[in-house]
Structure formats: C-alpha cells, structure tokens
Design a protein. Sequence first.
Lengths: 285, 288
Amino acid sequence: MQSQIFSAPTVPTKGAISIRDVTKIYDPDGAQVMAVDHCSMEIAPGEVCMIVGPSGCGKTTLLNAIAGFHSITEGEILLDGVPLCGPKHPLASQASDRIVVFQNGALFPWKTLAENVAYGPMVQRRWPKAECIERARAALKEAGLGNVADKYPGEVSSGMARRAEIVRALINEPKVLLLDEPYRAMDALTKQIMHEALLEMYDRTKVTIYFITHDLEEAIFLGDKVYVMTTRPCRVKKVIDIDLPRPRDYTTLTSEAFRLLVKEADEAVHEEALKAFQAGEREMA
Amino acid sequence: MSAVTALPSQAPAPRVFKRRSKFERAVSSPRFWRGIAGILAFLALWEFGAWAKAGLGLEIPFFGKLPAPSAVAAAAAEVVVQPGYWWSWVESYKRVLGGFVIAMILGIPFGLALAVNKYFRDVFFPPFEILRPIPPLAWVPASLIFWPTNEMSIIFVTFLGAFFTIVINVLGGARTIDVRYLRAAQSMGATQWHLFSRVILPGTLPSIFTGAAVGMGITWNVVLAAEMVSGGGSQAGGGLGFFIWSSYMGGSMEHIIVGMISIGIAGYLSSALIRVLGERVMPWRRAF
C-alpha cells in the first residue's frame, strides 16, 4: 500500500477547461431568462480558479454546465481539448472526472464518513469492497479525520463534514474539482482552517479547482486567478492574477500585496453588486 | 495495613461519571414522576366521580355513569385469566399484522415506482387518488360480498387502511430527496440501480417509517370497527373489537372499559415495535 493516497504530478497536465462563448438561456420558449451571455474562460491544468460575482449572476449555471447538471444554449465547453458539451450535445455527461462539492454539503446522511468516501470507488468497482473502505479510512486519516471515520455526517461538525466531502471527491482522482460556495455558512475562524486544509490537499493533488464564492478575501487567499463576473447575464468582467507566493498561510492575509489585491477586486465587485442590487429593486417595483 | 493504603492522599480523586441506563435516567427524572402523578390524579378523580353517587348522593355527569377504576381493575383481573380474552388479542393482532404487512409489501414498491417512473405515475396515480379518499369502512359491505370469508374481508379492509397512507408517504419521501444527493452519486459514477438502492431507498426510509407508524394507527381503527360490524365471526373469540361489542350487548360497562384499555395497550405496543425497528434500520437517525 502506498504511503500517500493522493499522488501529485509535479507539473499538472490534466484538467484544462475551455469555456468558449457559452450562453445559457433558461426557458427559451417562454420567459427567456438569460443567465450567461457569451462567456469565455481558459483554465489551465491545476489552476485554482476563483469565481466571484453578485448573487444570482449565473456563476452556478456555468458550474452546472461543466458538471453536466444543466445544458447550455450556445457555445462549447472542453475538458483537455475534448468537448464536454457543445452545439451537438448541449448537456455534458456526468462523470467522475469532474466532481462537485455542494453549498450545503451532500454527504449521504445514511452512510458513515468512511462509507461516504468509499462510495465512488465502490460504484465504479475500482477495488474490492473491503479495499475501498480501507483506502477511504486511510484517506480520511491523512486529512486529519481518522478518529471520526465511523461517525455519521450528522454527528460531526460542519467543518469536518465539508473536509470529508472534499476527501470523498478527491479519492475519485478527478481532473476538476467544482466547489460551489462550500464554506458559505462557516464562521471566519473555521473558514481559515478549512482554507489551509484545502490548500494542503491541493498541494498534494494539483487538481484543477473551479471555486465559486462571495468572499473576496477567500478568493484571493486561495486562488491563482480571480474571475470577477458581471451581474446577470453573466460575463467575465475582470481577471485578476494572484501572484502571491505559495505555500500561503494566515500571514499572507496581512501582507501589503494581499491588501492591494483585495482593493483592486473590491472595486470591480462593488460596481457589479450595486448594479445587481438596483436591478433587483426594479424587479420588485 | 499495607503500605499502599497508608500513602497520604494527594489531589482529590477525579470525579467519575457513572453511565446510567435509559431506565435509570428516566426513573430519576422529575418528568417521569410528574407523568406518574398525572395518571394517579386522573384515576383518583375518576374513582371519586364514580363513588360520589353512592357516597354523596350526587351524580356527576359522565363519571357518574362509569364504573370506578377499582371495579374495572377487578373485572380485568377476572378477565385476564380467561383464555378467551387472550384469543381476542391474537385474533385482532393477526388481522392488524396481516393487513399491515400486506400493505407494506405492496405499498412500498408501488410508492417507489410512482416516484421514480414518470409513465407509471401518469397512469396509476389518478385512479389511486380517486380511491384514496374513500374511507376504509365504506369498503366493508363490498368486501363482505367480494371475499369468500369474513376473515378475508376484514384483512382486506385493514390492508386498505394502511396501504394508501404508506404509498402516499413513500411517494412523498422519495420525491423530495435532495437533488444534491442524486447529483453527487451520479457524478461519482453511480448507475441507475445504485441510485435507486443506495440513494433513493435509504433516503426514503424515514418516510417509510412515518407511513408505517401512521398506517399502523389506522389499521387498529379499521380492525376494531370491522370486528364490530362483522360480529367477529369466529367461535374462539372475535377479536378485541368484538370483545367490546359483546360486552356492550351483555351490558357490562366494566368489560367495555377493559376492552378499551386493552386496545390502547395493543396499539401502543404496535407503534413501539415500529419505533424500535426504525431505530434499528436507520442508525444515523438515533438521537445522540
């Protein structure tokens, strides 16, 4: 048995996402709500890509399109040069090369953490059942969750549950990890610990990360690039390169470079947030 | 005296918390004793009400017509040694469990099929919804004609009482499983069968048990009424419903009340059984 559960290639080569001119219109025969408007992004293999934008702007729509939960109306999305969805197949297939970690967590409440982590390999029949469980335990142990492996999700804190969920995703060796505001409801102190744990897991796997958040500091602390999105319909407003050195820890948060990046991002986001807020008011009136 | 015990005691020994059983904890809690006090007060009031007519010459409405709890207890002591009384239990339980088990066996797959298959739902849900509001007792005359024996018609009506409730609960539970679980399972490579067996089924279990608990209550209602209507039929004792009915015909108020309390206990035991089963099958829902 290998000592490291997640092996990390030195230079990531897999997990490039190309979003090309993607448009999504909900209910095209009726209300015609345009959620995404000719949006393009190029995400390099192993990049941590943070998506920031006002509520309801269509960030999750893009995530759903990559994951294969929703179809797109126009454009195409490619993973490592292979089309996931495009004009011919508007709905991507769901496969374990792209795994989503949801906003409120989606660990199965009826399975223990170890059974949850073993679920993917088990349904894919990657290893015999006993080995799946054994590897799941080892993976949880490596993430600092060894002593709660046999607890049910309802018995552990939300921080532990979310960390276990990321372990559950990573054991499938996905090319892309899609995170939809995973730490939204957490307090600042827990969040900080979650960030460090995520960065640690990222350093080991170098998986491409598509991470949706409202929290600018979170975006800058974790990301290689921050995409600031416009209010609906969703387009890329600004791409900010985060050149903060890795590994990063809590001292990064107080550095001058970090503060300047927050300021730059804040200006772009604030403008969009204001637009979204006013648009919301008009809808109500 | 040995050297060990002669050692001077240093820091006080750490306080040891003894783990107590559920029963011990219940008995030591004031809530338990308040409950006991409530029951005793109720019995005392009843005893007084029943005694007031003879003792004070004052008839208290309702209570005055009742036999005193002491008289009921005396009647019960007399009744519980008769095998006929216990045959009533067996008869009623046979009918309740028979109808209930058949309702579970047919209702759970039917509800799941309604939930997961659109075509099945489109075809079978409308007739189901038309039949569902019909009270089970309205089926009694028809089923007496339809089924060859009384026993079969009672079990059929009992089955109906539980069936509709179970199906509705299973359908609702399976349809409201959070889409996140389905998506998570699918993105990890679950096949349709895995989705069903590892996500939809465990996700529906809580609703199945809710349906079973409610259905069990309805089953007792229906059995009792059906036993009264059909006269119970058999010679060995026609079940608890018939026990009450024949006590009424014989004019024995004490026995009527013994029968009522028996049904209360029987119903309680049935729902306790479902609760225990539920905790067994769904370990993640145990209270911690």
